[in-house]
Write a protein that binds this ligand. Structure first.
Ligand code: SAM
Length: 287
């Protein structure tokens, strides 16, 4: 088999707004692929046409078709074809379909490679001015209920910078909820319409930015970048000992007391266990 006969899946990033961001390699791969896997063939057809590529064949990959499309893509690659995977914008499989296809091709023992490029969350993060050393990408957060409340609470506690995607009609509510859980003075950057004519990054506190968008109609696509929580103060020994004593006095075993105190105070399980063992004493009676 020559190199040309080896099929492969190529994950190709496409622009998040500005067509000038299509890379040379993205163009070449799309022009030389026998099949283009995309979310919407009409949308992607416009990009492909803009690149001067004629006669492309498409397979639609979305949440309803992903399993069947994966089978078709795996067959095509096994038969020696090159399949390009794109989505409507940015990097496939990032808050977009694609992960199932990639998994299927890997499981079939076939080749996967990528043409990296735009992703809205990285662009917003680097524009935010907030710390970039450690960050967490949450995608779209749950819209309601306990899931939403828990996710907001976990974002509020996280010491890393958090990045979320949000729809324009939900941005005010999400900023208001973040302000309530993280505190109105937490820093935030809200990036809108990245790489497009009306690109804007609004930086400030959650309270300030929430009230700005409450007063100015939020238009376009949004990424919210939230500063991490201030580092929590280290827990001192007396606090750990006191909590362990309370747990043991309540009748817990050494193991359960260690587990409870470890998750309650955020200290290591090993430390909590050693303290619990020492407080319980060799005879099994609490000190
Ligand atoms: N795969 C894409 C990526 O790599 O970023 C994300 C797709 S997700 C369905 C779409 C969301 O990404 C939008 O709702 C918005 O939150 C964010 N987004 C995409 N393009 C954007 C842009 N130009 N400016 C700001 N946010 C954008």
């Amino acid at each position: 088999m020559s190199v040309d006969d080896r099929g492969e899946l190529v994950i190709v990033a496409t622009p998040i707004g500005n067509l000038g961001d299509v890379s040379q390699r993205a163009r070449e791969v799309l022009a030389t692929s026998q099949l283009i896997a995309c979310e919407d063939s009409r949308h992607s057809g416009r990009l492909v046409k803009h690149l001067g590529i004629d006669g492309a064949h498409y397979v639609v990959v979305n949440e309803h078709t992903e399993a069947d499309a994966t089978r078709r893509i795996v067959e095509a690659i096994a038969a020696g074809q090159r399949v390009a995977l794109i989505t409507d914008a940015g990097t496939p499989a990032i808050s977009d379909p694609g992960a199932v296809v990639v998994r299927g091709v890997i499981d079939a023992g076939l080749a996967v490679t990528s043409v990296p490029g735009p992703a809205a969350f990285v662009t917003a993060l680097v524009l935010s001015g907030l710390p970039t050393t450690r960050f967490v990408f949450e995608g779209f957060i749950p819209r309601s209920g306990t899931d939403r409340a828990e996710r907001l609470a976990s974002i509020a506690r996280d010491e890393r910078t958090t990045i979320i995607y949000e729809a324009p009609h939900r941005i005010v509510r999400t900023l208001t909820d973040l302000s309530a859980t993280c505190g109105g003075d937490r820093r935030v950057a809200v990036a809108r319409e990245l790489t497009k004519m009306h690109e804007e990054v609004r930086r400030g506190t959650l309270a300030e930015v929430a009230s700005h968008f409450a007063a100015t109609e939020p238009l376009g696509e949004f990424v919210v970048v939230i500063d991490g929580a201030p580092p929590s103060a280290p827990v001192d020994e007396a606090t750990i000992t006191g909590a362990i004593d309370d747990a043991l006095a309540a009748g817990m075993s050494v193991r359960d007391a260690a587990d409870t105190v470890s998750s309650m105070l955020g200290v290591s399980r090993r430390i909590a266990y050693d303290v619990a063992l020492a407080r319980r004493g060799p005879s099994g009676t609490s000190k």
